[in-house]
Design a protein around this ligand. Structure first.
Ligand code: ADP
Length: 482
């Protein structure tokens, strides 16, 4: 196998800075790719959390003036990863979220902040760091969308480029008059370049100019080529469909392993599922739920946004909770949804428990203590929580969209009979269909043996990064045939 160097360009990476699944993917892929002969260096902005965790840091390059201030390119290690960090205090030395100001709005200079990420990555692609010359640059989401654009402005050497869409709802659209501030010539402000309905589209530009486009599940790869799923980019994606593919995400099987998970009251595996009882009880106690081992405990770990469909759970709450069932929710985001779940906790004391905020430990405890996990998304590029749920023996109840459709096998009669079933799917995404799925789960819950078989099937499924890493490695190699 020919060794290959890949620069992975991302705006967040687990375990250093995370707001969602992108960080999980960017954090887990490098070690899985190492087994495929691919060396990955991950390029991230120098947010305070990144600079704080950087070890063995070295200055590789100084930019006297970089998008409004001096900047340095650093290399180092953090969280088990090899990093390149763009240390530009005027852009990234800010507390909290990578994208949002404390008032909850996007930082007003996000275009410049992520253009800086893209330009520094392109410079590395051009040989700025002789110790690491990438064969391929892998750009993640709109924040890295300008990498192929900056590369297109220069001559050889030019690495191959891959862009991955983790969520097409986030496109990075900015006013056209920023063009010069971003160091872009008029020649790229065209329909074949960065221009997007009269504005500058970071994701659009990346999709237009990258050598390969991937997204995080085969079904989502099809959905984004339709007017309903493409959110304005479907035409472009159809035109380039020969280079579009879907590679399912995995999960980090060391971070998400119920047999070694230090966050759980009691670790377990598929031969000791009875140990889950203590985890369930601990979760019930932590969230103020009635400590009833027989109550069917539904879990949710999610951003709270329109996309995630949790308004359906609210709308169907009385039916969900009938027969003494319970709901344990961890989530943050949309204020109205946060308030509604807090209210539900008061309306259904002992039956609804929620924690509004971000809490890695509780996320593990919900996976290890709930009986079923709800993911009723309106659209879902891949979804990771249903994969964690499978690994932890919590039965996923999901809408039949995107990666949820690709990863969960519905417990219909045939799938139960053949020991293939791993969860419940419903569609279309509406209240009636969701309620049907909740009821089907409740019925199966009464048959403890059947429920356990579903748990064992899910826990035996391969949700690791092994297969996806092989697919990425072969995609990279297709760009650098030896
Ligand atoms: P998305 O990227 O759309 O938010 P994914 O399912 O792909 O959704 O990834 C979500 C990731 O974020 C999972 O690792 C999940 O455990 C985690 N997560 C989501 N919300 C929270 C929260 N409030 N606290 C802790 N982890 C969370």
């Amino acid at each position: 196998m020919k060794p290959l160097n890949v620069l992975s360009v991302t705006s967040e990476v687990f375990p250093i800075i995370k707001t969602g699944g992108l960080a999980d993917v960017a954090g887990a892929l490098p070690s899985a790719l190492a087994q495929e002969g691919v060396t990955v260096v991950t390029m991230v902005p120098g947010y305070p959390a990144v600079l704080k965790s950087l070890e063995r840091s070295e200055v590789l390059h100084q930019y006297p003036s970089f998008f409004g201030g001096a900047a340095r390119l650093l290399s180092g290690r953090a969280g088990g990863l090899n990093l390149f960090v763009i240390d530009a205090p005027h852009l990234f030395e800010r507390p909290g979220s990578p994208y949002l100001a404390p008032n909850g709005r996007d930082w007003p200079d996000n275009a410049r902040r992520f253009a800086a990420l893209g330009l520094a990555a392109a410079d590395i692609g051009q040989g700025l760091t002789p110790g690491f010359i990438p064969d391929v640059i892998h750009a993640h989401d709109w924040q890295a969308g300008l990498v192929p654009v900056y590369l297109s402005l220069t001559g050889d050497p030019r690495p191959g480029t891959v862009i991955t869409i983790h969520n097409i709802a986030f496109q990075g659209i900015f006013p056209a008059d920023l063009l010069f501030e971003l160091g872009l010539p008029t020649s790229v402000f065209t329909v074949d370049g960065v221009e997007y309905y009269g504005q500058i589209g970071f994701l659009k530009a990346g999709l237009q100019l990258a050598d390969r486009i991937t997204t995080v599940s085969p079904t989502y790869a099809k959905e984004i080529q339709t007017p309903e799923g493409g959110m304005g980019l479907d035409g472009l994606l159809r035109a380039r469909s020969n280079i579009v593919s879907g590679i399912l995400n995995g999960i980090d099987d060391k971070v998400w392993d119920p047999s070694t998970d230090a966050h759980l009251a009691r670790p377990y595996d598929r031969n000791s599922l009875e140990a889950r009882a203590l985890n369930k009880r601990t979760l019930q106690e932590r969230l103020g739920l009635k400590p009833d081992p027989d109550a069917l405990l539904f879990g949710v770990v999610s951003r709270l946004s329109e996309q995630k469909g949790l308004d359906l759970v609210l709308a169907g709450l009385s039916r969900l909770l009938a027969d003494g069932a319970q709901l344990a929710l961890l989530g943050a985001g949309d204020k109205a949804l946060e308030d509604s779940f807090q209210t539900a906790r008061i309306v259904y004391p002992g039956q609804v428990g929620c924690f509004i905020g971000y809490d890695e430990k509780l996320a593990h405890q919900i996976q290890g203590g709930s009986d079923a996990l709800l993911v009723p998304s309106r659209f879902e590029p891949c979804g990771l929580t249903q994969l964690c749920a499978m690994r932890y023996g919590s039965i996923p109840i999901v809408s039949r969209v995107g990666g949820l459709a690709d990863t969960i096998i519905d417990a219909n009669e045939m799938a139960i009979a053949t020991s293939a079933a791993t969860g419940f799917q419903f569609g279309p995404v509406n209240l009636g269909a969701a309620l049907d799925a909740f009821d089907r789960a409740k019925n199966l819950w009464r048959d403890k043996d059947a429920w356990r078989r579903l748990q064992v099937n899910g826990m035996g499924a391969d949700v690791s990064w092994h297969r996806p890493a092989r697919q990425y490695a072969s995609l990279y190699r297709s760009l650098r045939p030896s």
